[in-house]
Design a protein around this ligand. Structure first.
Ligand code: G3P
Length: 226
């Protein structure tokens, strides 16, 4: 199982990276828009400094035709570093670019996946990760669980090394469902993970334990200063 943060916010990455067991971060132009007009290459170099090379960074291309996608990818790899995962939407031009980049050893994340066929084509084209859009599928009446399950079955049946990196979440139930359906990885806004541990029942249980402890040993005493 892998968790990633779907964010390019440096403060959030710094704050939450030591809390949640993440293996990387993902972004796209809409995520970058939330950061304003950033110094694009330096921004991601800084994220690399924070995360190190053990964790993966996924950056999406903007060009829509194969030639442009390749140029975007090469520019990202040259100006940030060559371990970046290049996120490419699964279109005809995208598949063509994925194949060419893969043959040069570039790390690829196939994205904007709404359907089973997009997923299966990206799988056979050699993407390292495939990113189905969970919430966006639900919004248009496609069952994301079925898309993930079919992809996971093919990965297992034919021994692909590709991993499903499900994206587009609005709540923690969707995240858990993605894993249950066979996703090996998810990318989640850190706030959703944060909120999932802030539920009143958890806070109440901890509060009750503290009260019972204080009742015996008094306030300000923990185990470390008994
Ligand atoms: O990583 C792709 C993801 O960010 C799309 O999510 O929240 O825009 O539906 P969303």
């Amino acid at each position: 199982m892998k968790f990633m943060f779907d964010t390019a916010n440096i403060e959030d990455i710094k704050e939450y990276k030591d809390i949640f067991p993440i293996t990387g971060i993902t972004s796209n132009p809409s995520i970058i828009k939330k950061e304003g007009k950033i110094d694009f290459f330096n921004h991601f170099k800084e994220i690399r400094k924070i995360l190190g090379f053990e964790k993966s960074i996924h950056i999406q291309v903007v060009a829509e035709n194969c030639e442009g996608i390749i140029k975007d990818a090469e520019t990202i790899l040259e100006n940030i570093d060559n371990k970046i995962y290049i996120k490419i939407p699964v279109t005809e031009e995208g598949l063509k670019a994925m194949r060419l980049l893969k043959s040069k050893g570039v790390n690829i994340t196939a994205t904007a996946v709404y359907t089973k066929i997009q997923s299966l084509l990206a799988l056979e084209t050699g993407a390292d990760f495939i990113a189905p859009y969970f919430n966006r599928m639900e919004n248009i009446g496609i069952n994301p669980r079925e898309v993930i399950e079919t992809t996971a079955n093919m990965i297992n049946k034919y021994n692909y090394s590709t991993e499903i990196l499900t994206a587009s979440f609005r709540n923690i139930g969707q995240v858990v469902d993605a894993f249950s359906s066979g996703s090996q990885a998810v990318t989640v806004p850190p706030q959703i993970l944060h909120d999932s541990l802030m539920m009143p029942s958890i806070q109440k249980a901890i509060g009750d334990f503290t009260l019972d402890w204080e009742n015996i040993f008094g306030k300000e005493k923990s185990i470390y200063n008994l």
